[in-house]
Design a protein. Structure first.
Length: 296
């Protein structure tokens, strides 16, 4: 059975947790792996090389009513939007959104962890974005081959509008990160109603995807380059040694960055117009996202 449900959304908006929660429901099958990235999302090659390999992720489907996968970055790709519509015309789309400034803070942290970003200071990373995007490799430690496009990823309105236009408002559910975090059970029930499955089921609401910080960019780069050259090392090196090396390179910490309040206000003011349009489009009060909590 083809997937008929896709979780997409802004970076760091609890899509990993949603994938885990929904995958426990007896009427829902979610791929074991998250972020399959089968549909075209950029210049990089697909993670799955073809339809046959993609469908292997759903070979264990039995009689589940909903079959889904989660690839948040589909939100930002018009090609992915068109390909999903062609592949599964009646698909249900769940879009998770987060306060754009909080999302950017967490995204910056994730980019540091991935090795895509090398500037630890949040403000500097955002302000230098245009300069960085004009350089093919602005640092020998950066692994990113594409512009990071921080601010564009916070421009939610244009992307949401396209999904609603293509799939129809009745097939697109918008949820907010704060609702997942603060009212998990009711948000989960609303998703089950949207998918037309049993709303009485309650999963294990364990938090997924804790934040990790890079201790050493040098070790991060060496480990990544070595594994690219010799992928089989993962099979050879004992698990306890792998864990030791990971602890040397990374540390787990809360997803929280403290930035200058004036700079945060500047960003919020910059996003205000887009937030207002988005709130009207999805009929939600997003005033808490705006500078000084301005009304919609």
């Amino acid at each position: 059975m083809k997937p008929n449900f896709f979780i997409i959304g802004t970076p760091k908006s609890a899509t990993t947790s949603l994938h885990y929660y929904l995958g426990q429901h007896p009427e829902i099958f979610m791929s074991k792996e998250k972020e399959l990235s089968y549909f075209f999302v950029g210049e990089e090659e697909r993670d799955c090389k073809g339809l046959k390999e993609y469908m292997e992720h759903f070979k264990d489907v039995e009689n589940e009513k909903i079959v889904g996968e989660s690839t948040p970055v589909y939100l930002y790709s018009e090609n992915a939007l068109k390909e999903i519509k062609e592949f599964s015309p009646k698909a249900k789309i769940l879009i998770s959104l987060r306060d754009p400034v909080e999302m950017l803070k967490s995204l910056h942290s994730q980019y540091l962890f991935n090795g895509d970003e090398v500037i630890r200071n949040f403000k500097d990373a955002i302000d230098l974005e245009k300069i960085k995007n004009n350089l093919k490799r602005y640092s020998s430690y950066s692994t990113s081959k594409q512009p990071l496009n921080y601010k564009d990823k916070a421009n939610y309105y244009k992307y949401i509008k396209k999904y609603i236009n293509i799939f129809g408002k009745e097939n697109v559910l918008i949820i907010l990160y704060d609702d997942i975090k603060n009212d998990t059970k009711n948000t989960y029930k609303n998703i089950l109603k949207f998918l037309e499955v049993d709303v009485g089921f309650e999963p294990d609401f364990e938090i997924k995807n804790y934040n990790k910080e890079v201790r050493s960019f040098l070790l991060r780069r060496i480990s990544r380059d070595v594994l690219k050259l010799i992928p089989s090392l993962r099979e050879i090196i004992p698990l306890n040694i792998q864990e030791y090396l990971r602890n040397l390179t990374f540390k787990t910490s809360p997803r929280k960055q403290i930035i200058n309040q004036k700079y945060e206000d500047k960003l919020r003011k910059e996003f205000n117009k887009n937030i207002k349009k988005l709130g009207e489009l999805i009929d939600k009060d997003l005033s808490s996202w705006k500078k000084d909590g301005e009304k919609q």
